[in-house]
Write a protein that binds this ligand. Sequence first.
Ligand code: SF4
Length: 299
Amino acid sequence: MKISIPFLEYACKGSWGKDTSYQSVGDAKNPKGQCAITSMIVQDYFDGEIRKIKVGEESHYFNLINEAIIDFTAGQFPMPLDYSNHISADRINFKEETIKRYGILKQRTDKFINDMDLLSKRISNCTICQCCGSCSPTFTHFGYDNRILLLGEAPAKNGWRISGRAWYEPSGKITATGKILKKLLSEIDLTLEDLPFTEAIKCTPESPKYLKFCGINCQPFLIEQLKIMKPQIIVPLGVRATELLLPPFKKFSDIAGQVHKTEFGLVIPIYHPSPISPLGYKGNLHIMQIIKQTLTNFP
Ligand code: SF4
């Protein structure tokens, strides 16, 4: 499974805790006190250099990879950072206490990546449905904002599994659904491409008539994925993705836009943002505000 920078960032962010934070000043959501050990993990996976700058009296560590600054812990600061005077920071100079916290973070991030890799292998070798095309080992788009996981129905035949870029066609054009969703998310200052995305059904069924059948078969893979990724909020797009997460419901309008507590995280279903769905845009506008409000409850 290819490890991208956003994938590693998701793994690191989900692995932070008070026990990995310098003097316990940060926690599972706050990158404070996690910069040195996070820069070591990034170097483990992508080489490059560990660099540092002074922010006030404190040293702040990050990575330089192919001349690009990679900083997973910049979010702890309320202002943009000035990286112009960065200098080298060799990991051999880190203290024993830092190395100990690094060991905890390393074990957790490696486990996240290993669990996702094993799941990917099982999905790409799966033949349960017998009515799908190939099951791609790439089934998750990792963005830089890990608070929300967008959950589609099933991969489109000519969609991002082919283009390699979530929400974009191989021609480089954004998909019709992506265009509407991007507009909706911009209402609450979220960027479509920055949000992680996966589909409930991992393969492309040969006909829409197999969606329900494939959904039932694929549900255990989805649940396993959610247990690994632990998103704060899951936003399923439309009926099919929602019914694999919630108890049976009569009308989608009864549950759309409500905040449902589940063992995988909060689930807030929206109407499918497709151009052929009458509620795809207008019906979702007020739900975006509910998502925004729910996000404010998280630190
Ligand atoms: S859709 Fe899911 S259950 Fe069906 S073959 Fe693909 S991975 Fe297996």
